[in-house]
Design a binder for this molecule. Structure first.
Ligand code: SF4
Length: 324
């Protein structure tokens, strides 16, 4: 359920919700696929104009002012992808010479606004589009969280409606000139990933950063994520291993909480011919900083985890900028 303003802002053309496996009301198969049989929207969808998506040129124009676009992916939930995205955003924005945007495409579970300390904000629309919420002078963000009437309102949307919102985020958000747009996605390979890679195909994505934890059960899904990137034509910029050991802040002793039984992210990167960007140890203060919406990097600049994160961000920037 969205706020009344949000509902007016989002394009909800159809009178009834799209069923599961809906091909998308704007697709070539709209009104014709198996999922359309018995759908109350069939007649409307059959009559909608087909052909090249007229919004793609608008998306390309909007994103033309953004120098680098990076997707953050994970095979599995719970590996700290959004946490890492928040720290990547803070780290990039620490350079006052850069303009940074963070886009939260986790439609059903937006957590980036809380981690960046702006979950109670709402968006503003003007003639030039939707304005991002600014966390600092050079760090703006956009999330469905800003469209919800209450922080804990649930989003229960199927594919086509999610796709519509993603398209609007890409087409209507007025970022201005950005050096980096960091795009946080939900775990796995779902509607959100397909939509964003399709809509941004012509505008260009620099690549994807894949976040994992060391144990094989997480790496299994990373292999699928890498396969998705290859099929979708998205370059994998590298793998970062999160929660890679725990350094006790009191005694300094190190323990492996998630054991890398098959060699962890580094071995996987080698096997797949990808760059390993580095490992970030567990630190309970990272979770606390995210809960309070503050930058862990500013609060604990001398911690081993802070050093590791900054090394990963440097390696990522080198990888992106070496291509340009
Ligand atoms: S909403 Fe349209 S495209 Fe989707 S299943 Fe129903 S008829 Fe088909």
């Amino acid at each position: 359920m969205l706020t009344a303003t949000a509902q007016r802002l989002t394009n909800t053309h159809l009178p009834t919700p799209e069923p599961e496996h809906c091909p998308g009301p704007e697709s070539e198969n709209a009104g014709k696929s198996d999922a359309c049989a018995g759908c109350a929207n069939k007649e409307i969808c059959e009559s909608l104009p087909k052909g090249p998506d007229p919004d793609l040129p608008l998306i390309n124009k909007r994103l033309a002012n953004i120098h680098h676009k990076v997707l953050v992916l994970s095979g599995k939930g719970g590996v700290g992808k959004s946490t890492f995205t928040s720290m990547l955003s803070w780290a990039l924005a620490a350079d006052p010479g850069l303009e940074i945007g963070a886009m939260d495409l986790d439609i059903c579970g937006p957590s980036l606004p809380k981690m960046l300390g702006c979950e109670n904000e709402s968006i503003h629309a003007s003639n030039s589009g939707w304005s991002p919420v600014y966390i600092s002078d050079n760090l703006g963000m956009m999330s469905i969280q800003f469209l919800l009437p209450k922080e804990d309102s649930a989003i229960i949307w199927r594919g086509a409606k999610k796709n519509g919102l993603i398209k609007q985020f890409l087409k209507d958000v007025d970022w201005g000139q950005l050096d980096y747009l960091v795009i946080d996605t939900p775990p796995g390979t779902s509607d959100e990933h397909l939509s964003v890679t399709n809509y941004m195909k012509d505008a260009g994505i620099d690549g994807a950063l894949i976040v994992t934890t060391p144990q094989e059960v997480a790496l299994l899904d990373v292999r699928k994520e890498i396969d998705f990137c290859r099929k979708a034509g998205v370059k994998v910029l590298g793998i970062v291993e999160n929660m890679s050991g725990f350094v006790c802040p009191n005694c300094g002793g190190e323990s492996k909480i998630f054991k890398p039984t098959t060699g962890g992210g580094e071995r996987l990167a080698k096997e797949m011919g990808l760059k390993f960007l580095g490992s970030v140890p567990l630190d309970p203060r990272i979770g606390r900083s995210c809960d309070s919406g503050e930058s862990f990097l500013d609060l604990y600049p001398d911690s081993p985890a802070c050093e590791a994160i900054l090394d990963v961000v440097d390696a990522l920037r080198d990888e992106i900028e070496s291509e340009n």
